[in-house]
Design a protein around this ligand. Structure first.
Ligand code: SF4
Length: 280
């Protein structure tokens, strides 16, 4: 099965500084016209691969910092391709996503901890502090009201093992929760190897924080991300985590994505396995 979901990391910039972050790309960002050309190339790939249920997942950095994010959502949606987004939540406002109704299928928010101290240790905060959970509750209620699916991504590392995420999930009522093991990429964040939890620690955290109230639960232990995510970076280049090392495979602005795809070591079985589990 060829991937029906492509992760487009539309910007390198972020207002947080998570120490484990591996989204460290070249600073140059695409213009609106260039970003549209990348989307045209993705559309052509979806058509040629005859994939159904095609979706582009907008990520970053923090995608809400990209100046043309609304135009990009409109453009993708106008092609009949679904849109989802992963955000740190700090810039989400009701006014902002109200206009995404009927266009954005899922908004994913990254939440790793409840306590200010742990969020600061992780770097999931601005100088004004981490996400305000009271404000976030209002935002999430509105997301539900608009019929947009809410997903929460929680990255598990040795830093947040003692955190109570379950009480946050109960308040925000996500449709999906994804538990990810902190992911180390050799040429990106290898200095953070010491915070990778053991399998026992990871499993225990998930067990203690499992929220299954009509909610899809997705568990991605260490190793799940290698060779199974199809990604485009903020310069329009296809890249892949190939067995723990980030590698580039060509620019969608120069070569059709359909051609680049043939040279990417994506393990289609691994991708398929993930989506059989209804992961998004
Ligand atoms: S919020 Fe996401 S993109 Fe920003 S620093 Fe943290 S992990 Fe990286």
């Amino acid at each position: 099965m060829k991937p029906h979901v492509i992760n487009f990391h539309i910007t390198n910039r972020c207002n947080y500084q998570c120490k484990h972050c591996f989204a460290r790309f070249n600073q140059r960002e695409l213009s609106l016209d260039e970003a549209k050309r990348v989307i045209d190339s993705i559309e052509e790939y979806f058509k040629e691969a005859q994939v159904t249920n095609s979706r582009i997942n907008l990520a970053g950095g923090e995608p809400l910092i990209y100046p043309y994010i609304d135009e990009i959502i409109d453009y993708i949606s106008s092609k009949g391709i679904k849109v989802s987004m992963i955000t740190n939540g700090s810039l989400l406002t009701e006014e902002r996503f109200e206009k995404w109704k009927g266009k954005v299928e899922t908004i994913g928010i990254s939440i790793d901890a409840k306590s200010k101290e742990t969020n600061e240790k992780i770097g999931r905060c601005t100088k004004n502090g981490p996400l305000d959970l009271t404000r976030l509750k209002g935002v999430c209620d509105k997301i539900h009201k608009l019929g947009i699916k809410l997903k929460i991504n929680t990255v598990i590392s040795k830093v947040n093992l003692k955190e109570d995420l379950l009480s946050i999930y109960k308040q925000l009522k996500p449709d999906k929760v994804k538990y990810l093991c902190v992911h180390i990429i050799e040429n990106k964040n290898s200095q953070m190897q010491s915070i990778v939890p053991s399998k026992e620690e990871f499993d225990k955290f998930v067990e203690m924080n499992t929220y299954d109230n009509n909610c899809q639960v997705v568990i991605e232990n260490s190793g799940y991300m290698t060779n199974s995510y199809f990604m485009i970076n903020p310069q329009g280049q296809v890249y892949m985590n190939d067995n723990g090392i980030e590698k580039l495979y060509g620019s969608c602005l120069e070569i059709p994505l359909t051609k680049i795809y043939d040279s990417v070591p994506l393990y289609e079985n691994k991708f398929e396995e993930r989506y059989k589990r209804k992961e998004n």
